[in-house]
Design a protein around this ligand. Sequence first.
Ligand code: FE2
Length: 435
Amino acid sequence: MIDLLVRGARLVGNADLVDIQIDGGRFLAITPSANAVAPTARQTIDAAGALISPPFVEPHVHLDATLTAGEPRWNESGTLWEGIACWSERKPSLTRDDVVSRAEEVLRWYAANGTLHVRSHVDITDPGLIALDALLEVRERVKDVIGLQLVAFPQEGICSFPGGEELLEEAARRGVDVIGAIPHFEDTREDGVRSVEIAIDIAQRYGLRIDAHCDEIDDEQSRFIEVLATQAHRTGLRDRVTASHTTAMGSYNQAYSYKLQRIVARSGINLVCNPIVNLHLQGRFDTYPKRRGLTQVKEMLDAGVNVAFGHDDIMDPWYPMGTANPVLVAYVGAHATQLTSPSEVAECFRMVTDRAADVLGLAEEYGVEVGRPASFVILPAVDGFDVIRRQVRPTHVIARGRLIATSPVATTTLRWPGRDAEDIDFVRQSDRSTR
Ligand code: FE2
């Protein structure tokens, strides 16, 4: 007898229905439903033709700051800079219990939404490293459900914050997975370049990945992406390096953009665009025309660069809203970056699933394949386009073979004049639109 059997599911990119056997927390077999001899299982889920997908992956969030919006005051200007000021006022009151309870609450939201891998930045420009120690504890506490990667994030700088370099290395010693940087925030351009070199040196010495907040500013002169990508190329770190935000790209001229696409593609680095939060934060100093301030997602994808979408902030000093919903991130991302043809919307689904998994370097830990950990979602949809268009919630979330979340399919009964009461079926409509 096996642990779990899912009958009649549709794999992403394949119309044929399959039965999926799960045992011992891993995928045991995937067989066509048409000729399957079903084994007995302790638990059976009838997928009824729904989509089965690897779980959503969050490549960029700040769990140490989450759920602190309004503490001690609201960010009234809506700028990144006032957000940093509010956060530096909140930091002195951080405690271990405070960080653990807020981070775990949002991780439960993530799990309920079908996100089972999360990369969180944690601010280490705090001599006490309180949030870091708390999140290292959270990483251990949630590991049976969510794979949590922690980035040592020097929010107030490596060179520009007293002891910044030492704190970054201490975070590496304490066990972070990834080294961060924030070159555009450093006091001078030279400090910014030096901060990237320091981050890369520490990452190499401790065998860690790199994920830098890079050029998150509407300044067309902010060009640390070329520094980070070139360093990734020359050191051979390549896809172990990620540049997050890269919003200055929204202001680069076409000649420089062309040069940059070549440098970034050659480097093999990943990019993470955070469309919801950067649509909110960027352009705040503009009158009209007002810039969007986003990564050149379409152009970088065309150049062969791996790009993922992240949420970034959830109810914190930088962004007052958010429900940890990756489908909403992809939906907003599609519009904000004008990736709206059917194949481009499907690509947006990949940017919150397998492209984001590549950012985290999950490799064999991710995917609906025999032998891999049985973490997945069942989505009442026909394909990735359909998931994004209708903002579909997973009906089932399974973490390492264990059913951890269920949501009924939402239906609306319409009483239209002259017609019998009927359930509105948006799925049938989407079947037409994607054929
Ligand atoms: Fe961020």
